[in-house]
Design a protein around this ligand. Structure first.
Ligand SMILES: NC(=O)c1ccc[n+]([C@@H]2O[C@H](COP(=O)([O-])OP(=O)(O)OC[C@H]3O[C@@H](n4cnc5c(N)ncnc54)[C@H](O)[C@@H]3O)[C@@H](O)[C@H]2O)c1
Length: 312
C-alpha cells in the first residue's frame, strides 16, 4: 500500500498493549547501553509559563525517529491536552518517511513502561506496596503499566478528582499522601515544581522511579535526600543537564561515577540493588530511544490497523 500511514493515539494504544510496551522499552534500554541504538540529547524550546516543546531524535534497528512533543500544563483548563505532537519514523537506509504517529500516546506508553521497568529491575524482590504520585497523563500510564505487571497501584494526586478517575479506569486504590510516599515502590509523575521527598523522608529499602523532573529547574527530591540513595538514571547527558540530578551535579555533590545507567543494569553489566535496605532512586528524563521502541512496536502491527495514509 502506498503513502505514509498516520497512526492516531487510539491506533498506537491498540497496536501496543502494556506487555508489549514493557518488553519494547526494556530491550531499547539494553540496545542503547550496548551502543547499538543512539540518540542526541533532547532539545527544549521553551515558552514558559505557557509550556515547552521538545525535539527528540534517535537512530536504531534500521530506522530513525524524530518526536516533536509538548508539555503545556495549563491546557486542560482550556479544554486542550497537556501533551501533544507528532512522531516521524523514517527508513535509516533511504531516509524515506515510513509513518507518522501521535506523540502523546507514544510518550505515555514509553514513560509508563520506563517507570515500571526501573521498578522491576531495582525494587526489593519482596516489595509489596506500589504507589503513583501525580496521576495526570503520564502518571496514569505508569499506573496502567504497574497494573499490567500484576500490581494494584495506590494513587495520590493534589487533584483528587484526577486520582479518582484513574482509580475507576484501572481499578487502583486512592490513598493519602503519606501512604503513597511511604510505599515500597513509588512512581512520581508531578510537574516537579514542589519537592515530594524532603530531607529524611525516604524509607530504607524504598525504590522511587522519579519521572516528573525531566527538565531544567524541576525536582521531586531534595539534593540532600538524593545522597541517601543509590542513584540510577536513563542517560547521563540528559540527567546531568536537566533532570532530577542536575541541581546536585551543579552543586558538585554528585558526579558521573555516582550514577548507574538503568540500561547497564538491564544489560547485566552493572549492579542494581545491592541490599534490602538500600534506597534506589531512578531519575528518568525520557529518551528518544524509548519512543523509537514504541513507534516500531506500533508499526509492526500496521496490517491489523485501518489507518489513513498521506501521499507527500
Ligand atoms: N521522565 C519522562 O520520561 C517524562 C515523560 C513525560 C512527562 N514527564 C514529566 O512528567 C510531569 C507530568 O507530566 P504529565 O504529562 O503527566 O502532566 P499532567 O499535568 O497531565 O499531570 C501532572 C499531575 O500531577 C499533579 N500534581 C501536581 N503537583 C503535585 C504534587 N505536588 N503532588 C501530587 N500531585 C501533583 C497534577 O494535579 C496532575 O494531575 C511533567 O513534569 C513532565 O514534563 C516526564
Amino acid at each position: 500500500m502506498s503513502g505514509i500511514p498516520l497512526l492516531s493515539g487510539r491506533d498506537v494504544e491498540r497496536a501496543v498493549p502494556p506487555g508489549r510496551a514493557l518488553d519494547a522499552v526494556r530491550e531499547a534500554f539494553v540496545s542503547f547501553a550496548r551502543g547499538e541504538w543512539t540518540m542526541q540529547p533532547k532539545l527544549y524550546v521553551t515558552n514558559y509559563p505557557a509550556g515547552d516543546f521538545r525535539a527528540m531524535p534517535a537512530l536504531g534497528g534500521g530506522h530513525a525517529l524524530l518526536k516533536w512533543v509538548t508539555s503545556f500544563p495549563g491546557n486542560p483548563a482550556r479544554g486542550l491536552p497537556t501533551v501533544s505532537g507528532l512522531v516521524v519514523l523514517s527508513d535509516a537506509e533511504t531516509g524515506m518517511p515510513e509513518a507518522v504517529l501521535d506523540a502523546a500516546s507514544v510518550t505515555a506508553l514509553r514513560t509508563g513502561a520506563a517507570a515500571a521497568v526501573a521498578a522491576e529491575a531495582l525494587a526489593r524482590p519482596d516489595a509489596d506496596t506500589f504507589a503513583v504520585v501525580g496521576t495526570g497523563v503520564n502518571g496514569e500510564a505508569a499506573a496502567r503499566m504497574l497494573a499490567a505487571s500484576g500490581r494494584t497501584p495506590l494513587l495520590w494526586d493534589l487533584d483528587e478528582e484526577r486520582a479518582r478517575g484513574v482509580a475507576e479506569r484501572l481499578g487502583g486504590r486512592i490513598g493519602s499522601r503519606e501512604e503513597a510516599l511511604g510505599a515500597d515502590v513509588v512512581v512520581t509523575v508531578t510537574p516537579g515544581k514542589s519537592v515530594l521527598f524532603g530531607d529524611g523522608s525516604l524509607r530504607d529499602g524504598q525504590h522511587v522511579s522519579l519521572m516528573g523532573a525531566d527538565g531544567p529547574g524541576k525536582a521531586e527530591v531534595t539534593v540532600g535526600e538524593l545522597s541517601r540513595g543509590r542513584l540510577f538514571a536513563d542517560d547521563w547527558e540528559q540527567a546531568s543537564h536537566g533532570g532530577e540530578l542536575a541541581a546536585a551535579v551543579e552543586a558538585g555533590t554528585i558526579s558521573r561515577a555516582d550514577v548507574t545507567m538503568l540500561g547497564d543494569v538491564l544489560a547485566g553489566t552493572a549492579d542494581g540493588r545491592r541490599s534490602g535496605t538500600e534506597i534506589t532512586l531512578f531519575d528518568s528524563t525520557g529518551l528518544a530511544i524509548q519512543d523509537l521502541a514504541i513507534a516500531l512496536a506500533a508499526v509492526e502491527r500496521l496490517d491489523e490497523l485501518d489507518v489513513p495514509r498521506f501521499e507527500p
